[in-house]
Design a protein around this ligand. Structure first.
Ligand code: SF4
Length: 71
């Protein structure tokens, strides 16, 4: 299971951080931390199945529909 985040859609408001803090975080500039490792699209490594419910909440709560869950 992976998440794919469209960083061009993301508006850095952090609803995903509240839903799945194990995976999402904001950096000290208030930006989604994945921006430091990807410029357009972030693809995560394989994530533990125990995170699925939190990740589904992040997908549902993202106001920009920037997060996809694959697998
Ligand atoms: S909830 Fe969506 S728009 Fe907000 S920071 Fe997370 S990925 Fe970006």
């Amino acid at each position: 299971m992976k998440i794919i985040v469209d960083l061009n859609k993301c508006s850095d408001h952090g609803e995903c951080v509240a839903a799945a803090p194990e995976v999402f975080s904001l950096n000290n500039r208030g930006e989604l931390s994945f921006r430091s490792v990807a410029s357009d699209t972030f693809v995560s490594p394989d994530l533990d199945e125990s995170l699925r419910n939190d990740l589904l909440d992040a997908v549902d709560n993202c106001p920009m529909q920037a997060i996809d869950l694959e697998g």
